[in-house]
Design a protein around this ligand. Structure first.
Ligand code: P6P
Length: 337
């Protein structure tokens, strides 16, 4: 059987046979995949159902909620709650933690998710995506205290994202490499289309919002200036730049052909800790990138080692091809080269 015929379930059962992942995790991932399929359909038919616009609400992030942000959030909640092990849900769109149990015991899961990342791209028909992260509790936690969900990224047992682009892709890691699936319209299944996605250690492509140049700290400006100086500059090579305003699309490109993505802390966002959120953007993408042989740093520490202080906390994010992330870490450390 060619791997193109592997469905998500067949692949996860094969992973279980090889690495012993929880059966409950397989059921949860199938439910998350169903939520992503529904979200994909709602996006692609959104213009006809008049749901592409904004609501009158502002979410906890201070952003105007799109109708599809709310729809995507509701789909994640409805599908994740099917799993008997899920004790709590943490959503980018919802201020408080959504507790599903009165008692959260060892082996239970916490699911963190950004149901629709990059939704400002919706009305211009550019790629958006959903991001999720699963932590398995090593000990009992207080299911009445939102601080109980502040688990570091190195406790994740699984992370993934879906990208709603020219095709609908689903990328997942359960700690044994990174697998890519593509939604097959005919059967409605996510079918395995990329085994063991790997990020090249070297790259000549970077992604950053260059309009923030005047706000950046010296290490980021130095890195950027050296990249655009090209062959006659200190890097002695040419670079390409991309910026899609959708982290999921950037990470998917990096998993596919390498690259480095940067959303650093700067003079404009330092008061809130940075732009991207730790629990449901930086941590899941960091697990995926590291499992694919890349690196994920704040500039001063490994993202997955950050001890959270709030479940909507923001952090600086530098991730992708290992040699470039390590170079930026050295620049932040004050090293000369
Ligand atoms: P900017 C989308 O809102 C997001 O959270 C990430 O997906 C994306 O990388 C970033 O913000 C885009 O930020 O500065 O382009 O608006």
């Amino acid at each position: 059987m060619s791997h193109h015929q592997f469905t998500l379930r067949q692949h996860l059962l094969a992973e279980q046979a090889r690495h012993g992942i929880d059966s409950d995790l397989i059921l949860l991932l199938e439910d998350i995949a169903t939520a992503c399929r529904i979200i994909s359909h709602r996006i692609r038919s959104g213009a006809f159902a008049n749901v592409l616009g904004a609501t009158n609400n502002t979410n906890v992030q201070g952003e105007t909620q799109k109708q599809l942000d709310v729809i995507a959030n509701d789909e994640f909640v409805e599908h994740c709650r099917n799993c008997r092990r899920v004790a709590a849900l943490v959503s980018e769109e919802v201020d408080e933690v959504y507790w599903l149990k009165d008692k959260a015991v060892p082996g239970d899961y916490i699911v963190y998710f950004d149901p629709l990342d990059g939704s400002s791209n919706l009305d211009v028909n550019l790629s958006v995506g959903s991001i999720f992260s699963v932590v398995r509790l090593p000990e009992e936690i207080d299911a009445t205290d939102d601080r109980s969900v502040l688990r570091p990224g190195n406790e994740q047992i699984c992370a993934g994202y879906s990208v709603y682009g020219p095709s609908t892709a689903l990328v997942i890691t359960a700690g044994n490499g990174v697998s890519g699936f593509t939604h097959h319209n005919g059967t409605g299944e996510f079918r395995l289309t990329s085994r063991n996605l790997t990020i090249p250690e070297e790259t000549s492509e970077f992604a950053i919002n260059a309009s923030r140049y005047v706000l950046w700290d010296t290490p980021i400006r130095r890195y950027f200036d050296e990249c655009i100086a090209g062959k006659s500059g200190p890097r002695e090579q040419g670079f390409n730049m991309r910026w899609t305003a959708s982290m999921v699309a950037e990470v998917h490109r990096i998993l596919t052909r390498g690259g480095i993505f940067m959303y650093p802390a700067d003079a404009g966002n330092r008061a809130t800790g940075g732009k991207l959120r730790l629990m449901y953007e930086a941590n899941p993408m960091a697990l995926i990138v590291e499992q694919a042989g890349g690196a994920a740093s704040t500039g001063t520490e490994r993202i997955m080692d950050v001890q959270p202080t709030s479940h909507h906390q923001r952090v600086p994010v530098i991730l992708g091809s290992k040699s470039e992330v390590e170079r930026l870490d050295r620049y932040h450390d004050g090293a000369i080269s």
